[in-house]
Design a protein around this ligand. Structure first.
Ligand SMILES: Cc1ncc(C[n+]2csc(CCOP(=O)(O)OP(=O)(O)O)c2C)c(N)n1
Ligand SMILES: CC(=O)[C@@H](O)[C@H](O)COP(=O)(O)O
Ligand SMILES: [Mg+2]
Length: 631
């Protein structure tokens, strides 16, 4: 592929020096470059192919980085990265030491706001626009948000705030709605239907024609005809965005530079809140991705662009997500009260089959984590048994709903927490490091940490039977490879199990780190307990292990601060037991993107790392003097 023009652009200033007639060529080369580079690294694909022209137009029209571009989610910023001096660094995308798959303020001055989670862009851009006003600066702030991300409450909270003046001042914020009629899965909800009506034009046409026939013989008709702009507000309903105080323009073709550029120039020069609705195609320019945008949302690894994504020759290992999906179908078969809920993550959460088989009991609520939890609470009030399938990182959004709507009322809602622990290539924004700490402190909430695939199935069953809120957490990808037993058996509530009897040191393992802990224990001849429950914690087992060993080691793939190890030390304190405790887990820092196994090793959470930490703390042949206990 000829990238000669693209290769001459090391910053948007270079782009802005080009004649307009060259921009189509830039876009074509940029699209080919993004496709080629994602085919070598993996990463998000469809959304990036869909925003190529928009990215070229934005950097051409706006004075970036002085004008602020805020990309919602940020999974569509690869073209932006290429045009802002990171073309050569695309080969290290999402890899350890390489650039992030999302915008990062510490990566480039053009990345004005860090993202990864959706629906923050309008709030952030509004903040930037208001800051410019306060500082007497004339820069623009632009939020670029997708139709899926627009469904979240936060986006509307921001519109509600940005559309009105504060102390007589309106921010110069431009919101660009990138409407490709797709989320990761097909979009859902009333907003999607509304946008479709706007796109089809029927909204305006019908409303305008209706109004005209009523007004035809009045002086107002002539007035309205002359001032078409005004008629939108006066005789036909404005779009919802106008009702929020924005000047709405669109929909326009987001792949057509001929209309994008003049429209953006026009909006750039306008004051106050502006709203541009563009229509794009997810996967644009790559036939396979256009035809199957769900599949081509992201590439898990390398692929040949001429062939597309192919199934691996050897069947991949069973993932925890699949274990959950299978369990959900089996449980739904067994209990008609079960309802499955996902906030816009049907594929990632393993609910495709459940959706097919139980469409009436499947709810994709859109990107609306808060709503998903309170909706589940409402269902639970009426005797329905909701299962909220949600990524650990996205549940952070719905913390108050978990506390206020579920736990205080002790409602039986099962949270199936996928992507617990490090997730790898998506990095810190998507890592599920905190859920043990943030769930175990909530009264009434039970927290289960299955160690392998079979335990995951049984833990989900156990949690489902419990008459109160429960989280069952499991990581991205596969585990030790323990095939789930079809028969579902409830685990003894709040009980762990001894997995290896050793001497002096007892390792208390939570979740999938049981297996590296067992490997480390083999070398150290340590005892290992599979704790299974963070809450209720098996305090008897903790006390017994403390009584029969010289030191305890806790191991978890969540943050050390406030995590399962903290639960153990609290239990020891409560029982008045003094014993040295080494707490192993994720450090008090954001762990970068990269290969998950490497990252776990860097955090000292593989077998060698666990062994090394124990030896470092307690010596080569662990000898611990109880009297010198320190915690
Ligand atoms: C709070 C939150 N929930 C869920 C996600 C997962 N997620 C990432 S992109 C995406 C779809 C976004 O759709 P849209 O904004 O229309 O962008 P498109 O992918 O169509 O370009 C979802 C659900 C997320 N990043 N953040
Ligand atoms: C951008 C985003 O939030 C999702 O696309 C996310 O990257 C999916 O992660 P998984 O690949 O773990 O489902
Ligand atoms: Mg979309």
């Amino acid at each position: 592929m000829d990238y000669s023009l693209l290769n001459s652009i090391d910053s948007p200033a270079d782009l802005r020096r080009l004649p307009r007639t060259e921009l189509k060529k830039v876009a074509d080369q940029l699209r080919a470059y993004v496709l080629e580079s994602v085919s070598k690294t993996g990463g998000h694909l469809g959304s990036n192919l869909g925003t190529v022209e928009l990215t070229v137009a934005l950097h051409y029209v706006f004075n970036t980085p002085e004008d602020r571009l805020v990309w919602d989610v940020g999974h569509q910023t690869y073209p932006h990265k290429v045009l802002t001096g990171r073309r050569d660094r695309m080969s290290g995308l999402r890899q350890l030491g390489g650039i992030s798959g999302f915008p990062r303020r510490d990566e480039s001055p053009y990345d004005t706001f860090g993202t990864g989670h959706s629906s923050t862009s309008i709030s952030a851009a509004h903040g930037m626009a208001m800051a410019a006003k306060l500082k007497g600066e004339s820069r623009k702030a632009v939020a670029i948000i997708g139709d899926g991300s627009m469904t979240a409450g936060m986006a509307f909270e921001a519109l509600n705030n940005a559309g009105v003046a504060h102390g007589g001042v309106l921010g110069d914020v431009l919101v660009i709605l990138n409407d490709n009629d797709m989320s990761i899965s097909p979009p859902v909800g009333a907003l999607n239907k509304y946008l479709a009506r706007l796109m089809s034009g029927s909204f305006y046409t019908a409303a305008r024609e209706g109004a005209k026939s009523v007004l035809k013989h009045t002086p107002l008709y002539e007035f309205a005809r002359k001032f078409e702009e005004h008629t939108k507000g006066m005789v036909v309903p404005g779009t919802i965005f106008e009702e929020f105080g924005f000047n709405y323009v669109g929909p326009i073709d987001g792949h057509d530079l001929e209309s994008l550029i003049p429209t953006l120039e026009n909006l750039r020069d306008k004051k106050g809140p502006q709203f541009l609705h563009i229509v794009t195609k997810k996967g644009a320019g790559y036939k396979l991705a256009e035809a199957d945008p769900v599949k081509y949302h992201a590439a898990s690894g390398k692929f040949d662009p001429a062939v597309g994504f192919v199934k691996p020759a050897t069947p991949p290992k069973l993932t925890f997500t699949q274990v959950f999906g299978d369990w959900l179908c089996d449980m739904a078969e067994a209990d008609p009260r079960l309802v499955g809920i996902t906030p816009a993550m049907r594929e990632g959460s393993g609910m495709v089959e459940f959706h097919k088989r139980f469409p009436q009991r499947y709810h994709d609520v859109g990107i609306a984590e808060q709503h998903s939890v309170t909706f589940a609470a409402g269902l639970a009030c009426e005797g329905v048994k909701p299962v909220v399938a949600i990524y650990s990182t996205f549940l952070q959004r719905a913390y108050d709903q978990m506390v206020h709507d579920v736990a205080i009322q002790n409602l039986p809602v099962l949270f199936a927490l996928d992507r617990a622990g490090l997730v790898g290539a998506d990095g810190a924004t998507h890592a599920g490091n905190y859920d043990i700490a943030y769930t175990r402190c909530i009264p009434n909430m039970a927290v289960l940490t299955p160690a392998d695939e079979n335990e995951c199935r049984q833990a989900l069953y156990t949690g489902f039977l419990h008459d109160g809120p429960v989280t069952v957490r499991y990581p991205r990808g596969s585990g030790a490879g323990v095939t789930p037993v079809a028969e579902m058996t409830a685990q003894p509530w709040g009980k762990g199990e001894l997995r290896r009897q050793g001497e002096r040191i007892a390792i208390l393992a939570f979740g999938t780190l049981l297996y590296p802990a067992l490997a480390a224990a083999e070398r150290l001849n340590a005892t290992v307990a599979n704790m299974r429950f963070v809450k209720p914690l098996d305090a008897e087992l903790v006390a017994e292990l403390a009584r029969t060993h010289d030191a305890l080691v806790t191991v978890e793939d969540g943050c050390i601060m406030g995590g399962a190890g903290s639960a153990v030390t609290e239990a020891l304190n409560a029982a008045g037991i003094a014993i040295p405790v080494l707490q192993l887990g994720l450090p008090d820092e954001f762990v970068e993107h990269g290969d998950p196994a490497k990252l776990m090793s860097l955090c000292g959470l593989d077998a060698a790392g666990i062994e090394a930490s124990i030896v470092k703390r307690f010596g080569e042949k662990p000898q611990v003097v109880r009297a010198a206990a320190t915690r």
